[in-house]
Design a protein around this ligand. Structure first.
Ligand code: IPE
Ligand code: IPE
Ligand code: MG
Length: 243
């Protein structure tokens, strides 16, 4: 049985966030779109601090989806600059806080310079017992990830490294790019009620909270409210719980 998740009446151990609403925030404030993304990066910093304060094990953030490549080139270029800036400015602080970084998705498509900086940031923050694992989805799409995992499993099968009996949920989780499995809670800001191709496999039993606030306006208190609401949920995992 692959599913082993936090109980209710408890803090979630593993959280995913779909950080949506940067564009609308920029528009509302009559600013260029990338100012919205820049403000959004600052919010990540606050939420990371709150995760550490709350003893959260891992935070997986959706920074850029495989579908976001179809945005205007000027926006994608602005996001590239922001990634470089965020790594440069925030890695020292993350190291001080014992946060371990892990980027996943189509990293090569960001180009050599960013791929190198990402790899260095991961090496610099690597540790055995981090205070928080911060996983950043950058050019990630859940469907594509499952296709890639299937191809890799098929290759292992073909090379007789595994047999069909070995294929189970744990193996799919292992071959997926997503660093964590069994996400307990997903928060989506920005008001839309959809997953937009995020963690399709890993969120099978996640509680999903949709928050109307735009990501740049999301605060540590909003995050704490989500944690409180999570504690009130009844996680049955398909079972009948008798009183
Ligand atoms: C989410 O904010 C960030 C990315 C997808 C990179 P959006 O840019 O999608 O914000 P809205 O949805 O247009 O307001
Ligand atoms: C989801 O937001 C992706 C990220 C937050 C990175 P989108 O703005 O891309 O999602 P849709 O297009 O509204 O579904
Ligand atoms: Mg959006």
């Amino acid at each position: 049985m692959a599913i082993s998740l936090s109980n209710n009446n408890n803090h979630p151990k593993k959280i995913g966030i779909i950080m949506d609403g940067n564009g609308r925030w920029a528009k509302f404030n009559k600013l260029k779109i990338n100012k919205g993304h820049e403000k959004g990066v600052g919010v990540v910093r606050d939420i990371v601090k709150e995760c550490i304060a709350q003893n959260i094990e891992s935070l997986t953030i959706y920074a850029f989806s495989s579908e976001n490549w179809s945005r205007p080139q000027s926006e994608v270029n602005g996001i590239k600059k922001l990634i470089v800036k965020a790594i440069h400015e925030q890695v020292p602080e993350l190291m001080e806080q014992n946060v371990m970084l892990d980027f996943f998705g189509d990293i090569p498509s960001w180009g050599d310079e960013i791929a190198r900086k990402i790899s260095k940031a991961e090496d610099d923050t690597f540790m055995e017992y981090p205070s928080l694992r911060l996983n950043v989805a950058l050019g990630y799409g859940g469907r594509n990830d499952l296709v890639s995992a299937s191809i890799r499993i098929a290759e292992h099968l073909k090379s007789d490294l595994i047999s069909t009996d070995d294929i189970d949920e744990d193996m799919i989780a292992k071959f997926s790019q997503v660093p964590d499995d069994n996400i307990d809670l997903i928060i989506r800001t920005g008001g839309d009620k959809r997953l937009s191709n995020f963690l399709l496999f890993q969120a099978a039993y996640a509680e999903i909270f949709f928050v109307d606030k735009l990501w740049p306006d999301f605060t540590r208190d909003d995050f704490k409210n989500c944690l409180d609401a999570f504690k009130k949920t009844d996680r049955r995992f398909g079972k009948r719980i008798e009183d």
